[in-house]
Unconditional design. Structure first.
Length: 132
């Protein structure tokens, strides 16, 4: 039997399979990521957590060229729109060169090891679908 894959933030992300978790408001239907106790749209107590769709597109991005020691640069940090859920997520994007990434690029949720060699958990990333 294989070893289970651990999430760096199990309250917002399951690693196997990769799934982002959002709060869902029972009053207005709004979804919020990361999950919140109170709906940011109407102020009602949030209901259960729900899984978000795994596919989205880049709304906006920045190429990060300076980072703390041990974090390889450059990398792409982007706001990802998940149209099925009407949610926008801030995440790292992999699988596409920083000089090729564009607004509107289609991406899919994935995982990668955290940037700490002493930690075996996984973090979420989005991968460009153009990547082979």
């Amino acid at each position: 039997m294989g070893q289970s894959v651990l999430s760096f933030r199990p309250d917002v992300f399951t690693a196997d399979p990769p799934t982002l978790l959002a709060s869902h408001c029972p009053d207005c239907g709004n979804k919020a990521f990361p999950p919140r106790d109170v709906c940011p749209s109407c102020g009602a107590p949030s209901g259960d957590q729900v899984p978000l769709s795994r596919r989205g597109e880049i709304y906006s991005y920045a190429v990060v060229r300076q980072a703390p020691p041990g974090l390889a640069t450059p990398y792409v940090l982007a706001y990802i729109d998940l149209p099925e859920d009407e949610v926008r997520v801030l995440a790292r994007v992999e699988g596409i060169a920083p000089d090729v990434v564009r607004v509107g690029t289609t991406v899919e949720l994935g995982t990668r090891p955290v940037d700490n060699p002493d930690d075996t958990s996984m973090m979420f990333v989005f991968r460009a679908e153009e990547a082979s």
